[in-house]
Design a protein around this ligand. Structure first.
Ligand SMILES: NC(=O)C1=CN([C@@H]2O[C@H](COP(=O)(O)OP(=O)(O)OC[C@H]3O[C@@H](n4cnc5c(N)ncnc54)[C@H](OP(=O)(O)O)[C@@H]3O)[C@@H](O)[C@H]2O)C=CC1
Ligand SMILES: CC(=O)N[C@@H](CCC(=O)OP(=O)(O)O)C(=O)O
Length: 343
């Protein structure tokens, strides 16, 4: 059994990890940290876990974490920088859900995150945890950086074209919608019911911190710089990311459909829908699936790709477990075959 610790067990991605791991056949949950809920039973804070997780929150302690085989960091940026070294040195592996190790260029990380990088010496060891592109690196790595929620939906939506050099002018536009759980569990005015419901607004228009990550992955796939315009919008739903991706290509609808189906034929968590479809966020809610539909507009060379994920599953904790499975040589889908919730 893999002995697992979770740093940040009270947040939304932390509790989602607990839901997914509670009955994972190869996992034994050992440590779940929270500074604010120290000593509280997990099932008292999250009654959905009553009868499934019998642990109490403890404050983060490097020694206790180092005794695990794998530590998930479900914490704000900077926390994994501070603790990962000690955990890795003790022989444990790390899967970090924050952005601490996603960017390969340290100066770029520091300029977007507005702070000094806390562990630059570990960056070269980290694999970017998008298995659909970096599977072999993930399998060989002791430190995996789970992609952000928006980047997951955008990168999976554009990879088939980028990898073949078929993105015209190396450009795309990503118009994205997110649910409010993407902002985490912390109290914020913008997450209040009266602020977020019955309304929709863009944010981060002049530049969102996921942009350098998206450019890094798509440029790597294309072999030269890809320019993406990315605008996120907050929508009145709890879970879900929907990306509407615009780009240009000379491929026909049939050729595009074939390209996407072939690219993802062996991917257990990417579903390419039939031509003419439109994935809903509901169709992936609670599941680790990214659903994609590709459309060629009849009147131009314009291509529209629709990509939907659950931000807390394929966009965070599910993808984290998918990476764990690969790092430990397990079946990639182990513990992750949940069907989405309907309605
Ligand atoms: N929500 C989402 O959809 C997604 C989130 N992410 C990323 O995953 C990470 C976690 O997100 P989310 O679960 O939403 O965040 P939350 O704000 O909901 O939870 C954060 C957790 O981290 C703990 N924590 C905060 N500060 C520290 C610290 N200094 N040391 C140790 N623990 C700390 C908190 O517990 P306590 O303060 O009690 O210790 C809490 O359990 C973030 O980096 C986020 O950007 C990535 C993809 C999607
Ligand atoms: C609604 C909302 O606020 N969403 C967050 C995305 C959360 C996330 O995924 O953050 P990281 O991937 O960078 O860890 C945002 O736009 O900043």
């Amino acid at each position: 059994m893999i002995k697992v610790g979770i740093v940040g067990g009270t947040g939304y991605t932390g509790v989602e990890l607990l839901r997914l791991l509670a009955h994972h056949p190869e996992v034994e949950l050992r440590v779940i940290t929270s500074r604010s809920e120290e000593g509280v039973a997990v099932a008292d804070l999250y009654p959905n876990l009553r009868g499934h997780v019998d642990l109490k929150f403890t404050v983060p302690d490097a020694q206790a974490l180092a005794a695990c085989d794998l530590v998930f960091f479900a914490t704000p940026h900077g926390v994994a920088h501070a603790l990962a070294d000690e955990v890795l040195a003790a022989g444990a592996r790390v899967v970090d859900l924050s952005a601490d190790f996603r960017l390969t260029d340290i100066a770029t990380w520091e300029s977007w995150y507005g702070q000094a990088h806390g562990a630059p010496h570990l960056v070269d060891q980290a694999a970017y945890g998008l298995p659909e592109r970096y599977r072999s690196k993930v399998c060989d790595s002791k430190l995996v950086a789970v992609p952000g929620c928006f980047p997951t939906s955008i990168e999976l939506g554009l990879l088939p074209l980028a990898e073949k050099g078929l993105l015209k002018d190396q450009r795309a536009i990503a118009d994205c919608k997110t649910g409010v759980s993407g902002a985490g569990r912390g109290a914020k005015v913008g997450s209040l019911l009266c602020e977020a419901s019955e309304s929709l607004h863009a944010y981060g228009v002049s530049g969102h911190r996921h942009l350098p990550e998206i450019r890094q992955v798509l440029s790597d796939a294309a072999g030269s710089s890809v320019d993406v315009t990315f605008i996120p919008h907050l929508t009145p739903m709890i879970r879900g990311i929907h990306a509407t991706l615009y780009c240009r290509s000379d491929l026909s609808q049939e050729e595009l459909q074939q390209l996407y189906q072939q690219r993802y034929a062996d991917e257990p968590f990417v579903d390419v829908m039939p031509a003419g479809s439109a994935p809903s966020t509901r169709s992936v809610k609670g599941s680790n699936v990214c659903r994609i539909a590709v459309h060629k507009l009849a009147y131009s060379d314009q291509v529209v790709i629709l990509s939907a994920i659950d931000n807390l599953v394929k966009g965070a904790s599910g993808q984290a477990v998918q990476n764990m499975n690969l790092m430990f040589g397990l079946e990639e889908t182990c513990g992750l075959n949940h069907v989405a919730l309907m309605p």
